[in-house]
Design a protein around this ligand. Structure first.
Ligand SMILES: *[C@@H]1O[C@H](CO)[C@@H](O)[C@H](O)[C@H]1NC(C)=O
Ligand SMILES: *[C@@H]1O[C@H](CO)[C@@H](O)[C@H](O)[C@H]1NC(C)=O
Ligand SMILES: *[C@@H]1O[C@H](CO)[C@@H](O)[C@H](O)[C@H]1NC(C)=O
Length: 311
């Protein structure tokens, strides 16, 4: 019943511009990951995701938000987040319990594990493995958006209205969730509120370049990243890290402060760096995960890592 309420409320919230990171955020994660792909992974997922000139890795990473609503795959709606029940950031408690908090195994952590098995299973139909590949490219982005791993007021969807570029108290429908999905990334990258597909793509390509350069300057090595496909260990660590950020950053000033201030000012300045860090980690970790899948597929005896059938 509770999960059902969460679903309905989240569906209502999705009618506002607040999708999990805006499209360009997910595209950025895809483009960044591709820079760290092994040549094996690049070839494998180019084919598995059906990449072409008209459908690149950025499009593939953003795809899941286009199918989760009333369209083709509404059952995938709850796969984009986890709402841990014990979260109480007002009292500095951010805590995720798995599998308890993953109600009916219907959450982002189970989704990543299940979709990983599907991609690895060369007996499965190619269309299913193609969708699973695109789901993975997407969920790593969501996993690193702290509001997607918090049970506080449905991942901050019900912390509203919050003010952005207006003095408090403000009216409107913007939520704290939406500020992290959309308002902050747009301000960080100097993107207006309304953009078209070409503009989004250009923003994503440039953001991925910048994050890659930043990581290279810091000596980041993709080879050090957790990539144990045998269980949810890595995914759980990353989700817990993201959940803790809700206490340390997202709501550290308390809900009353959040509702009483223009978040485009001091709040944005304090969290802009974290935004870069999280999107950067999402791309890097996604690449490590996908590289591990590709090498497992390449090592499979039959050499038929792409599977038999065609689309
Ligand atoms: C990776 O694959 C894409 C096509 O999916 C291609 O455009 C790109 O050049 C490849 N990158 C590398 C480094 O091979
Ligand atoms: C994952 O697979 C399990 C076992 O088949 C299933 O019960 C669960 O609903 C699946 N969850 C997701 C999110 O795909
Ligand atoms: C894959 O996704 C498409 C939408 O792009 C959908 O029409 C199709 O039913 C999905 N197939 C599976 C097996 O999930």
């Amino acid at each position: 019943m509770l999960a059902r309420t969460a679903t309905l409320l989240l569906a209502a919230a999705a009618a506002t511009p607040a999708f999990c990171w805006d499209g360009f955020g997910h595209q950025t994660v895809g483009f960044l990951a591709q820079k760290y792909f092994s040549s094996e992974a690049n070839a494998t997922f180019g084919a598995l995701a059906g990449l072409s000139d008209g459908f690149d890795i950025g499009d593939a990473a953003a795809w899941a938000d286009t199918v989760r609503g009333v369209d083709n795959l509404p059952w995938s709606k709850n796969w984009h987040f986890i709402n841990p029940k014990g979260d109480d950031p007002e009292n500095h408690v951010c805590v995720m319990n798995y599998p308890t908090d993953c109600v009916s195994q219907n959450c982002i952590i189970a989704a990543i594990m299940n979709q990983t098995s599907i991609v690895l299973d060369t007996e499965k139909p190619l269309i299913q493995r193609r969708n699973a590949t695109k789901f993975l490219l997407h969920f790593f982005g969501d996993l690193h958006q702290p509001m997607h791993t918090s049970g506080f007021k449905y991942g901050g969807n019900m912390v509203r209205p919050v003010c952005w570029n207006t003095a408090a108290p403000c009216d409107g429908t913007r939520s704290l969730h939406g500020v992290w999905d959309s308002s902050m990334p747009r301000k960080l990258r100097g993107v207006p509120d309304e953009t078209g597909p070409e503009e989004d793509k250009a923003v994503a390509v440039a953001w991925a370049e910048d994050l890659y350069d930043l990581q290279q300057a810091e000596g980041v090595n993709g080879g050090d990243v957790c990539a144990d496909l045998s269980g949810p260990r890595c995914i759980l660590n990353w989700a817990a890290e993201s959940n803790k950020l809700v206490c340390s950053n997202v709501l550290n000033k308390g809900e009353a402060w959040i509702l009483g201030n223009d978040l485009s000012k001091e709040y944005f300045d304090e969290n802009a760096g974290l935004l870069n860090t999280q999107v950067g980690k999402a791309g890097l970790r996604l690449a490590a995960w996908m590289n591990a899948i590709a090498s497992r597929l390449a090592a499979s005896d039959d050499g038929e890592w792409l599977g038999g059938d065609d689309l």
